[in-house]
Structures are given as C-alpha cells and as structure tokens.
Design a protein around this ligand. Structure first.
Ligand code: RB5
Length: 153
C-alpha cells in the first residue's frame, strides 16, 4: 500500500511522526509537505495535492493533518471521488473505511497527541471497505457530485 502524507504548518510534527510510523510498518510513504512549522502553508494546498494523487491512482490512501483536521479534509473532499473523514479516535478511523470507503484520514494536531495519532492511523490503514449496502450509500453521495458537476450556482 502506498500512502501520501500532507499537512500545514500547524501539524508538521504529527505528520512526520505518522509517516515514520507507517514507514516502520513497511508501507511506501510519500511526503507532500509541509516541511517546516516556521513557514506558513495554507491547508488547501497539501489537501488538494494528496487528494489529486489518489484520484490519479498514484496513492492508495492519504493521511492529512492540520490544526483540527477539518480545513484540510474540506479541501480534499472537493476533489471528485475523494472521501476524507476527520477522526480523533480509532473506532471512527476504522469505520470511515469499512462503511464510507474513505481514502483519506484527516486528523487535528491540536486535538490528538502522537501516540493516539499512531493508533488512529493504524486503525485506518488496517481497515477494508465492506461493500454491500454501504456501496449503495456511496453511490447516492456520488449522485450529488454528478448533479452539481459544472453548475455555477
Ligand atoms: C491554522 O492555524 C489552522 O487554521 C489550520 O491548521 C486548521 O486547523 C484549519 O482547519
């Protein structure tokens, strides 16, 4: 599994820690930055980069971190076909894959610490989509995307 990591300036330390943890577990990891907490990086930039790489099929999963996890997940979710969920505990991280087929986990570096973050990341990476009735619900979400595609307002 190939995993992309992205964060803004508020979350560099947690992103680096999660990337190192996943590397240690043997996964191929790609770092989309930010590289330093000193230089401001607007969260939509890494959120979009990771989401677009998943859409192109270059990554299997993504892990995005900002202060709360919300801003960066909002950006990623604007890329058609991408599903990103914000989690602050492992149960939800497992369910966003099993039921929602999320390709991206988002977390808040100002919300979770590094040990909890690693457990959340493990739950997300180890989970698999269950399909069945859940696939029908995701199709209904995709319908919303299709209905609004190309519309101005
Ligand atoms: C940056 O200060 C902060 O707004 C950002 O990291 C994130 O929490 C936004 O959702």
């Amino acid at each position: 599994m190939k995993i992309g990591f992205g964060c803004d300036h508020a979350a560099v330390e947690l992103k680096n820690c999660l990337l190192a943890h996943m590397k240690e577990r043997g996964f191929e990891c790609v770092d989309f930055g930010a590289a330093s907490a000193e230089e401001p990086v607007d969260y939509p930039v890494p959120g979009r980069l990771v989401a677009e790489a998943i859409r192109r099929g270059e990554l299997d999963r993504g892990v995005l971190v900002c202060g709360t996890g919300v801003g960066i997940s909002l950006a990623a979710n604007k890329v058609p076909g991408i599903r990103a969920g914000v989690c602050s505990e492992p149960y939800t991280a497992k369910m966003i894959v099993e039921h929602n087929d999320c390709q991206i986990l988002a977390m808040g570096a100002r919300v979770v610490g590094s040990e909890l973050g690693k457990m959340i990341c493990d739950a997300f990476i180890d989970a698999r989509f269950q399909g069945g009735r859940h696939a029908r619900r995701l199709e209904l979400i995709a319908d919303i995307e299709r209905d609004y595609a190309g519309k101005k307002d």
